[in-house]
Design a protein around this ligand. Structure first.
Ligand SMILES: Cc1cc2nc3c(=O)[nH]c(=O)nc-3n(C[C@H](O)[C@H](O)[C@H](O)COP(=O)(O)OP(=O)(O)OC[C@H]3O[C@@H](n4cnc5c(N)ncnc54)[C@H](O)[C@@H]3O)c2cc1C
Length: 382
């Protein structure tokens, strides 16, 4: 597709954040929206994520925004044909007395904010999933949570955006944003062509937001945190909730295709995306203790994607100070896919109304780092 000389809204990045922003703007009737994606839709973290969606967090901002996001996920599956969101819950397996105590308090905190998590005894866990209980003492169950296949999301949203008239330019990296007089005036694509922007520029480029903004002198505190994920062959459906082994940060999720995605905490240096066999051993060893069905599984693929992490593990969302039409959304610290619907809608509000609707989104502005007003986990236990 040939890119015009000038556009109204330029969205940099074709991941869940950029796509949802385009969707809510187009749904509102905004015309001339263009997504510029350096590779292909989903190339960044979105195409590499596990698809988990939950509101059971430990900070007011996360809980409240995610409750809103879940209600958007429920509407989106009606609005966008082929988009899958299955509300099968999250199950945190707890293996020490200390973890059980912490999660009892966490559950009470979440209940106070309207998220109906509860502690399950061993028998109740076995009723929910076909599991070898081994050292599990209890579990925290979140029935409001769910999963949404990232690939189905990407395909179905792409189709919907095309129907709505959004232009998607793949293999079109934005190599510069030109600013003057307190505004973003144009973007440069493919290192050569300048495209004027009449309305807003949305920087939704995941971990790469940092590089794009640094080129115009804006610093954001963002780190790349590489995470592995593997996918197995298909199984008949047997694990409904997304299951997390809290002590090791390992998790397993089965999407509608039947394949299992298995992740685990396996720290590697920031820029190092070399695949590690140690990760495969750790992920499968831990999960097969509880789900022996996967002991001799065939692995189809393994990959690494980035968590885009801020110092307080909350996102950065809002207008860049002193640049009235340049908006950023990044720093989701491992939760950007689940947040994309509410963040996309809030970016639409920022663009059309001049500010986000929710007070929690206002707390995500970039200035908080300079002002030393970092967000905190309000549920501090012990
Ligand atoms: C292994 C793993 C598991 C995860 N599991 C979950 C989960 O279960 N639930 C959840 O909510 N989150 C999860 N996440 C985090 C989630 O994937 C991200 O937070 C989210 O996808 C971020 O979306 P985004 O659209 O902001 O960025 P991205 O998806 O990274 O998209 C940014 C896009 O910008 C493009 N781009 C970069 N630079 C340029 C440029 N100069 N010009 C044009 N385009 C550019 C990139 O190619 C990329 O496609 C997981 C992440 C990983 C790695």
């Amino acid at each position: 597709m040939v890119v015009k000389q000038s556009v109204e809204v330029a969205i940099i990045g074709g991941g869940s954040t950029g796509l949802m922003t385009a969707y809510y703007l187009a749904r509102e009737g905004v015309k001339d929206i263009h997504i510029f994606e350096g590779r292909y839709l989903g190339f960044g973290s979105t195409g590499r994520c596990a698809g988990g969606v939950r509101a059971s967090f430990a900070s007011d901002v996360h809980v409240k925004l995610m409750k809103e996001s879940i209600s958007r996920w429920l509407s989106l599956r009606e609005e966008i044909s082929g988009l899958e969101f299955v509300q099968d819950g999250y199950l945190w397996l707890l293996t020490t007395e200390e973890l059980v105590e912490v999660h009892k308090k966490l559950s009470a905190y979440q209940n106070s904010l309207g998220v109906p998590t509860r502690i399950l005894e061993r028998d109740e866990i076995r009723d929910m999933v076909p599991i070898e209980l081994n050292d599990i003492l209890a579990a925290l169950y979140d029935p409001m949570a769910g999963k949404a296949s990232p690939l189905k999301f990407l395909w179905s949203v792409r189709r919907k955006l095309r129907e709505l008239g959004v232009a998607i330019h793949e293999y079109t990296p934005v190599t510069n944003v030109r600013v003057s007089g307190g505004r973003a005036r144009s973007i440069t694509i493919n290192e050569s062509k300048d495209v004027e922007v009449g309305g807003h520029v949305v920087v939704a480029a995941g971990v790469w937001c940092k590089d794009i903004l640094e080129r115009i002198g804006v610093k954001i505190p963002l780190k790349k945190d590489p995470h592995h994920l593997l996918v197995t062959e298909k199984y008949v459906q047997f694990i409904k909730p997304l299951v997390i082994h809290k002590e090791t940060g390992s998790y397993i999720v089965q999407h509608e295709t039947g394949s299992l995605l298995i992740g685990t905490e396996f720290p590697v240096p920031e820029e190092d995306t070399t695949l590690r066999y140690g990760y495969l051993r750790k992920a499968v060893t831990i999960m097969s203790r509880y789900f022996p069905q996967i002991l001799s599984t065939n692995l189809l693929r393994v990959w690494i994607g980035y968590y885009e992490v801020t110092p307080d593990h909350h996102p950065i969302v809002g207008v860049i100070p002193h640049l009235e039409n340049l908006v950023v959304a990044t720093g989701f610290s491992g939760h950007g896919y689940m947040m994309a619907p509410i963040i996309g809608e809030e970016l639409k509000n920022i663009i059309l109304e001049g500010k986000p609707k929710l007070p929690e989104t206002r707390e995500l502005r970039l200035e908080r780092f300079e002002e030393g007003k970092l967000l905190k986990e309000s549920a501090v236990f012990g």
